[in-house]
Design a protein around this ligand. Sequence first.
Ligand SMILES: Cc1ncc(COP(=O)(O)O)c(C=O)c1O
Ligand SMILES: N[C@@H](CCCC[NH3+])C(=O)O
Length: 416
Amino acid sequence: MDFFQYKNNKLYAEDLLVSELAEQFGTPLYIYSRATLERHWKAFDSALGDHPHLVCFAVKSNPNIAILQVMAKLGAGFDIVSQGELERVIAAGGDPHKVVFSGVAKNEKEIARALELDIRCFNVESLAELQRINEVAGKSGKIAPISLRVNPDVDAHTHPYISTGLKENKFGVSVDEAREVYRLASRLPNIKVTGMDCHIGSQLTEIQPFLDATDRLILLLEQLREDGIELEHLDLGGGLGVTYSDEMPPHPSEYATALLNKLKQYTNLEIIMEPGRAISANSGILVTKVEYLKSNETHNFAIVDAGMNDMIRPALYQAYMNIIEADRTLNRESKIYDVVGPICETSDFLGKQRRLAIAPGDYLVQRSAGAYGASMSSTYNSRPLTAEVMVDGSQAHLIRRRAELTELWELESLLP
Ligand SMILES: Cc1ncc(COP(=O)(O)O)c(C=O)c1O
Ligand SMILES: N[C@@H](CCCC[NH3+])C(=O)O
């Protein structure tokens, strides 16, 4: 069941009318459904069944601390890529022992803080990083649990900007070098080798690349056994896609079951997953108000109050995201529009060539906006970050207020 659905042609978020939420909290506005977030995380968790596992929510997809709190209450783990994300997890009540730390450029301070909190594992992306973690752990009197992020050189068949598992990408240690780096790691005094990880890209809509990557990891895992290196966990990363238009990605349970099938004889090997988008994207919408309609010889434009600073995916990846009316009872004339924002950039659009029935003052909804929406937003053009609301049944909680305009320069100062 979809928790964002029309009843009598008016869009609801769980039990609440989207247009009323827009009136109450103003626009642009991100609205999330708690029930949807929970259902999506549980789909992964339950598909992995009795096999030892941990489903780590990829914080980068939506780091709002209320969202992390919902995850923490479910018992989720977290995949982080910075100290900022780590502190958010802690602030939200997350368990640091369920945190895996990815990212290509971990600095000493971040490593020290993660060691202090006894995180589950560092997902190490290079030999140089491994050596740095060993040094920082030595200084902190800790033993750092590590996994090597293996780059399996598998084509994820996704947008080139969000493909990460090819040789030419900056991520991880190549599958050919990994065995040697593991041998080295196993001899470092302040390192404990606990796992292996990979993440081949985002918005994958086919299962096969995941299976191919897993095969390469299993091969390496067997080679490590020959070297006397036993792993405790295998982290298969995130990357499962969602439906933005007509993609048909596998359901999380189908995906998890397929991977589990490959690994079922490894009964003691804990499986870690790092889904972000598959949990958060369709748990959220972006509501925006039509400010003006205008037309020229070739185009009709719906000029709305949300811009690429609020949702950059269309501008950055030419991503298609569905746009629908919040209220279909208003009896407007329908036309084909480019839905554009207030930012002074030609790439500032939410969608192009969409049939919509709207008038100024109406609300439009961009669907699937819960992942990489608010998290990638900026204050470009000195626009405050958009407010965010969590709907929980018939309750709406403001989980991020819109900043006052003066707060936008709080960190700056005039010259003396
Ligand atoms: C290491 C790592 N894990 C997990 C994710 C989450 O990816 P997704 O949101 O596609 O599930 C990402 C982002 O692509 C990532 O870089
Ligand atoms: N930000 C991207 C996904 C990148 C995931 C991070 N590795 C998107 O919106 O699709």
